[in-house]
Write a protein of this length. Sequence first.
Length: 408
Amino acid sequence: MLRHRPFRNQFLANALSMVGSALTPVALAFGVLHVTGSAGQLGLVLAAYSVPQVVLMIVGGVWADRLPRQRVMITADAVRMLTQAGFGVLLVTGWSPLWAMMALQALCGSATAFFLPASVGLVADTAPPDRIQEANALLSLTRNLTGTVGPIVAGGLVAVTGGGWALIIDGITFGGSLLFLAMLRLPTREAASHRSDFRAEFISGWREVSQRSWVWSTILYCMVFNLAFSSYQVLGPAAFAGQSGGSMAWGVMVAGLGIGQLAGNSIALLWKPSQPLLVGRLIMLGGAPVFFFMGSDAPFWLTLAASFVCGISISFPDTLWDAVLQQHIDGSALSRVSSFDFLGSFLLRPVGFGLSAGAASWFGADNTLTVSAVVVIVATLVSLTDSSMRRLGREPAEDSAGHLVQKH
């Protein structure tokens, strides 16, 4: 796969930026807390990143279809390079007013809203058509690997040099990503001047989603799954907090989830099911047991095994989903469709965090975790009623709207 030069350049660009981004959660949190001493101000800085990312995701998808995706990603990387390195400089120098930190993170989140939909669309341009699933699996494998190792490395960097230098390194990795993207040589896409206006293209992108039940039903299903999964992230640590060595046990649990995600990506490199969405949906049922076990007195090894299986149930179907979109959605609309997908994934996460905490205070953490498991199971079974999702094969064919879709 990496012998194919266009995809290799995209892979190296993404891998570099992933390495830097994996340092950010620990470095930014500890850096902001060091200079402000306020968890409230840290929350504002994090919100300054996430809010524009969600708000501008659809806009980013439209422009990634209007302009060359490579150019959109280069511009986004340039912005992220300057904002993250600039944030690091603020922390290193000690001059860190809240407004400046929030402004830099807002710019970084906005740039990410343009980068993500363009990146999904670019895979369809750089990877051989018959190896798109492998391309997505490699990208996801790298993302999960850096996400597992990166926080550990970041913790060491923060301990030795402080959060500022780790963020400066993050900025440098975006610069490296920019250079690899600039080396891509792709056919010129249609210029924006020959296309319809922004509003018409937004409506056209929504039509691509709404006319295919396998697309919009999957987005809705993933919204519900992410809502339920929020209880793992909020109540999981609480379930171990009262135990001796609870923090270490929770760290092992999260590592088990991460290793499961790596395993899921590895499976996707080898297995190409003929009905990818149906197989992926059934595998997502494997995400339910971990909630049951965390909410009961199950042995630790059983809960850890369930966390590992949950990781597979998240990563393998996600890789199949990206490949299906890239194979069945026309390349001219791919970034817009993926932007609706990203919006659905991000939108209910903060809602889920708040609901999990509130439900736990009213009904107890154990009951809330059990309800989360039931929600995953019921939502999965309901989603299986979509016949177009069950029938969809690997190769493009006439879609549920009656149109012939192209494979790029």
